[in-house]
Design a binder for this molecule. Structure first.
Ligand code: NAD
Length: 345
């Protein structure tokens, strides 16, 4: 553990990825501070993190756009590095609430950076997204996308993430001492192996794995398939699903890397394997032990046939081991869905 990064601030730390991150960092000896406005998370996540890790993170309910209060949190808790997860994340919703998406995602980032700068903290990991590549994925014909590919986002959400990366790269270019790693996650999914933490949004359920789990639990009648006529082996879209615990481990490695890196770099975080919607449904059926009804619908505007990460750079840079397989992602997600509504203990 690096002393300079021993207290880590996780914005959006009560959310899906942030809560798993908190467990990984507490278990490796870091002190952890969570800031979250609970717009898409439940406060009892803090109890769940403590129950798994055996230590309680500090939690402050706060909107990251409140710069003065953010600076107080960073200064008062001796924060050495920040992982900025907080943000709005739904592609579809961003088409209807574009101004909210730019406000929370862009103004949220600049607020965190300003507060950090005021406190002399210049180490940041940023939650970016594989979706920034957009149609650039189609141009490489379904082949894994390398980080040098020029992004071409197709919706306000992805666009906000791409602008955030550009802002961070520019800040690193002109302000002394900043070191930033943007992790472009492809499709994080799954749950903690204890089944006490998982993807449990209070807002919208739109990612495919939680939708599959809702269908398996009988909460929805059928799994929607948006487009079965893409130019892919079975006609459904190819995506790159990566276990949330692997995403959290990647951040832990990035925290070490960001201490010495200096400047800005972006890394893809995915397994590097395209899995079609139909393949994922079949794997979910194995995990839950019964068939799931599907409902084939037209393609949605902006959906691209394939988004698969080239993973070499992240594997080398962060010294990552093999990623967990899709079967584990679905088995863990299903165990979490079955346990989700039960009280702790
Ligand atoms: N899950 C994915 O599929 C995925 C893929 C690529 C990138 N990302 C990015 O990773 C990050 C984390 O994603 P997640 O899946 O954990 O999402 P999430 O919604 O579960 O977590 C985000 C957290 O941020 C909080 N938040 C939102 N606005 C805030 C604000 N203004 N101030 C303070 N807290 C605020 C929410 O309450 C939530 O707990 C997001 O930035 C997201 O865009 C996610």
């Amino acid at each position: 553990m690096n002393a300079a990064a021993s207290t880590v601030l996780l914005t959006g730390g009560c959310g899906f990825i942030g809560s798993h991150q908190a467990v990984v960092l507490l278990e490796s000896g870091h002190d952890v501070v969570l800031v979250d406005d609970l717009s898409n998370a439940r406060a009892d996540v803090v109890d769940r993190i403590e129950a798994i890790a055996g230590r309680r993170p500090r939690f402050i309910e706060l909107d990251v756009r409140r710069t003065d209060a953010m600076a107080d949190v960073i200064g008062d808790h001796g924060v050495g590095a920040i992982i900025h997860f907080a943000g709005l994340k739904h592609v579809r919703e961003s088409m209807e609430r574009s101004i909210d998406y730019f406000d929370v995602n862009l103004a949220g980032l600049t607020s965190v950076v300003r507060a950090a700068e005021r406190c002399g903290v210049r180490r940041l990991i940023f939650s970016s997204s594989g979706s920034i590549y957009g149609t650039a994925g189609a141009l490489v014909g379904g082949a894994p996308i390398v980080e040098e590919t020029m992004p071409n986002p197709t919706n306000p959400y992805s666009h906000s993430k791409w602008i955030c990366e550009q802002v961070l790269e520019r800040i690193c270019g002109v302000e002394a001492g900043w070191s930033v790693i943007a992790l472009r996650y492809f499709n994080p999914a799954g749950a903690h192996p204890s089944a006490m933490l998982g993807e449990d949004p209070t807002n919208l359920i739109s990612n495919l794995v939680p939708v599959l789990m809702e269908a398996a639990a009988g909460a929805i009648d059928a799994v929607p398939i948006f487009g079965a006529d893409f130019d892919t082996p079975d006609g459904t879209a190819l995506r790159d699903y990566v276990h949330v615990m692997d995403v959290a481990r990647a951040h832990a490695a990035a925290l070490t890397a960001v201490d010495t890196a200096g400047g800005f770099e972006a890394l893809n975080i995915g397994r590097g394997e395209g899995v079609s919607v139909r393949q994922l449904i079949t794997a979910a059926e194995v995990a839950v032990g019964r068939p799931l009804a599907v409902d084939v619908q037209p393609r949605r505007a902006g959906d691209v046939p394939s988004l698969v990460a080239a993973t070499d750079r992240a594997r080398k840079r962060l010294d990552l081991d093999d990623y967990l397989p899709v079967e584990t992602i679905l088995a863990d997600a299903w165990r979490f869905r079955q346990r989700r509504d039960r009280p702790l203990g």
